[in-house]
Design a binder for this molecule. Structure first.
Ligand SMILES: [Zn+2]
Ligand SMILES: [Zn+2]
Length: 217
């Protein structure tokens, strides 16, 4: 399993990074990114902690832990400048909390995220074809979410991404141990979003390539 969007108790998750990592190991994970919720007030301290966790846990056993951040409910105009600051700090993985149907995320967040230096637009809700095409151009992944509420637009996200050739991945957005899933369950979510077998295989190949690249940074 490759899961590039989860939360620890450094935001609103239930577990320390070490326990989340161990729980993921038992589920058969090979790559686990912890991407806690951040804004301008906490991205530096959260990244420092997650980087320390990754340095201590990455000793050769799976899963490879990737420290990341999820910019959450930022005014869209702030996304690009804070993403640039995070990159300068060495953050390998930047996720943006997209325009989920489940929350009042500011309109324009999807667009601003795709125009910024980020890696994954999470749960992008009713993303437009133009936005998905720009994501493709910029190499930004669009997320199919295993999380209740955020998953409501998975079918739309999958169809729109396929129409323009944007890369997809399945993330759990885990906040607790019961949210982690197996590779088989992730395949079910991708198929449930309407992807055919070959598109499902492409999704996992693309996600693996992204995870490997991020793990090297
Ligand atoms: Zn989110
Ligand atoms: Zn999240």
């Amino acid at each position: 399993m490759i899961d590039l969007h989860t939360h620890s108790l450094y935001s609103d998750g239930e577990l320390l990074p070490s326990e989340l990592w161990r729980r993921a190991q038992v589920k058969g994970y090979r790559y686990l990114a912890i991407t806690d919720h951040v804004d301008a007030s906490n991205f530096e301290v959260v990244f420092t902690r997650l980087r320390t966790a990754a340095l201590s846990l990455n000793r050769g056993d799976y899963p490879v832990l990737i420290p990341g951040l999820e910019f959450t409910h930022l005014p869209p105009v702030l996304i690009a400048p804070i993403a640039a600051q995070a990159r300068a700090l060495g953050v390998p993985l930047i996720v943006v909390h997209g325009e989920s149907l489940a929350e009042p995320v500011a309109p324009g967040t999807n667009r601003a995220a795709i125009e910024a230096d980020i890696d994954i637009l999470a749960h992008p809700g009713l993303i437009t074809q133009k936005e998905a095409a720009l994501a493709r151009e910029r190499g930004i992944f669009l997320e199919l979410s295993a999380r209740k509420g955020h998953c409501l637009a998975n079918g739309h996200v999958a169809r729109t991404a396929l129409e323009v050739g944007a890369s997809l991945l399945v993330n759990t957005d885990s906040h607790g141990p019961g949210d982690l899933i197996t590779r088989q369950q992730a395949e079910g979510i991708a198929k449930g979003a309407g992807l055919r077998e070959t598109a499902v295989q492409t999704l996992f190949t693309d996600a693996e390539a992204l995870a490997r690249r991020l793990a090297e940074i």
